[in-house]
Design a protein. Structure first.
Length: 212
């Protein structure tokens, strides 16, 4: 006996569709990870810039005497007044030297604040759950089957800061079905999805009713 050509074509089409959906999901995951990697690289560049500034300040401070008197000693001030020399001219370099590190410290502080802000954003991004986790949690919380459009609408309302698209949600749901992490059923012309936990609970209830 030979295989039915129509059945073979249908199976091939289903596999092709599944592969295309898996590729799309894979691409989305790569884009997300790439964005996180870019944020980490930006943090690394900021830290490297801070290191250069700190090294420069350290070298500048290391080339000066360990301690310098802030006011002239009495023994040196008297001869200068007697000879008529201007003591203000000698104090000017010390004031200028005192202002330079202060300006550099302000620059370092500003860069540190930028670094802390970038780290906070990266931590917030990494703390967000993945779309797969959101969909599985949503299905677990539902008592009735839900369509891909209903899942998309609920997640978009619960997480307005995320750009959740219905095509990606549908692809993710199909992947969960393929991995036996969700169930798919049809009611009329609609495709509905339920959690594996809900299906298992229904089976246990039916088995208990039959045994009783």
């Amino acid at each position: 006996m030979t295989d039915n050509p129509v059945a073979v074509t249908s199976v091939t089409s289903q596999y092709a569709t599944q592969v295309a959906q898996d590729l799309e999901l894979n691409t989305k995951e790569q884009e997300r990870i790439g964005a996180e990697l870019s944020a980490l690289q930006a943090q690394l560049r900021i830290l490297q810039d801070d290191q250069s500034v700190l090294d420069s300040i350290q070298k500048t401070l290391g080339s000066r005497p360990a301690s310098a008197p802030s006011t002239p000693e009495p023994s040196t001030s008297l001869p200068q007044q007697a000879s008529g020399k201007n003591t203000t001219t000698r104090r000017a370099p010390s004031k200028t030297a005192a202002k330079a590190p202060s300006a550099k410290k302000t620059t370092v502080q500003a860069k540190k604040e930028k670094t802390q802000g970038a780290e906070a954003k990266a931590a917030t991004a990494s703390a967000q759950p993945t779309l797969i986790a959101l969909i599985r949690t949503h299905l677990d919380q539902q008592k009735e089957p839900r369509s891909a459009a209903e899942v998309t609408s609920a997640l978009a309302e619960a997480h307005p800061q995320r750009n959740i698209k219905s095509t990606v949600v549908r692809t993710t749901l199909e992947n969960l079905v393929a991995k036996s992490q969700a169930h798919r059923s049809k009611q009329g012309g609609s495709v509905l999805y339920t959690s594996v936990a809900d299906q298992d609970s229904s089976k246990r209830e039916k088995a208990g009713a039959v045994s009783s």
